[in-house]
Design a protein around this ligand. Structure first.
Ligand code: 2DT
Ligand code: MG
Length: 207
C-alpha cells in the first residue's frame, strides 16, 4: 500500500518570504526523493480564482462576506484533486490556506466564528509552518505591494488574528533571519515532523 503524502501548509503575513520558502521546500523534498508538489491559494486560474484576482487587484468590488465565501469555494473546488494526490503518495506544500482566509476576513471586521464555518470539512494539514515576521520588519523589506490588503494597518490586524488561530500543529519559524537560515529552520522542522509522522501516519483527516 502506498503511504499517503503529507499536507504541509505555509502561512504568514505578507513579505514573510512564504512563496520563496515554499519553492525551496518543494525542491529540497524532491531532492530527497519525496514526490512533492506546490499548491497555492488563492488559485487565481479557476473561475472563482479569476473573480478573486480581480477583487485583489481592486478592479472589482465585492461584499466582504461574498469574497470570503469565494476564497473558501476556491479551496473546496480543489479538495477532491488534492485528496487523491495525497492518497497516491504525493506530498503537498501549500502556500496559504484557510487560516489566511479567516485571518484576513476577520481582520476586516467579520465575525471570527462566522469566518471559520465555510472551511469546516476541508483537509486538515499535518503541519502548519508559520513564517513569523513583525510588521516593521515586513515594511523594511521594500514596503508592501499594490494589492488590496497590502497596507500596514490591515497587516497589523491580520497578524493579531493569526495569533488567535494557532494550535499545536503550528510551528513558528523566525522569518527575520537570512533566507538560508529560514530555509534550514524549516527543513529541520519538517524533517523532525516527517520522522514523527512516518511511524504513525493516519488516514487523511478533515477538520
Ligand atoms: P497572495 O498574495 O499570497 O496571492 O494572497 N487571502 C488569501 C484571503 O483574504 N483569504 C484567503 O482565503 C486567502 C487564501 C491574503 C492574496 C491575498 O489574499 C488574501 C493575501
Ligand atoms: Mg500578496
Amino acid at each position: 500500500m502506498t503511504q499517503r503524502g503529507l499536507l504541509i501548509v505555509v502561512e504568514g503575513c505578507d513579505r514573510s518570504g512564504k512563496s520563496t520558502q515554499c519553492d525551496i521546500l518543494v525542491n529540497s523534498l524532491q531532492q530527497k526523493g519525496i514526490d512533492t508538489e506546490l499548491v497555492k491559494f488563492p488559485d487565481r486560474t479557476t473561475q472563482t480564482g479569476k473573480m478573486i484576482d480581480s477583487y485583489l487587484q481592486q478592479k472589482s468590488e465585492l461584499d466582504d462576506h461574498a469574497i470570503h465565501l469565494l476564497f473558501s469555494a476556491n479551496r473546496w473546488e480543489a479538495m477532491k484533486t488534492l485528496s487523491e494526490k495525497l492518497n497516491n503518495g504525493k506530498t503537498l506544500v501549500v502556500d496559504r490556506y484557510a487560516f489566511s482566509g479567516v485571518a484576513f476576513s476577520s481582520a476586516k471586521g467579520l465575525d471570527l466564528e462566522w469566518c471559520r464555518n465555510p472551511d469546516i470539512g476541508l483537509l486538515t494539514p499535518d503541519i502548519v509552518l508559520f513564517l513569523d515576521l513583525s510588521i516593521d520588519d515586513a515594511e523594511k523589506r521594500g514596503g508592501f505591494g499594490d494589492e488590496r490588503y497590502e497596507k500596514r494597518e490591515l497587516q497589523i490586524k491580520v497578524r493579531d488574528q493569526f495569533m488567535k488561530l494557532k494550535d499545536d500543529s503550528w510551528k513558528f519559524i523566525d522569518a527575520s533571519q537570512s533566507k538560508e537560515n529560514v530555509e534550514k529552520e524549516i527543513w529541520n522542522t519538517i524533517d523532525a515532523t516527517r520522522n514523527l509522522l512516518q511511524d504513525n501516519i493516519q488516514e487523511l483527516q478533515f477538520n
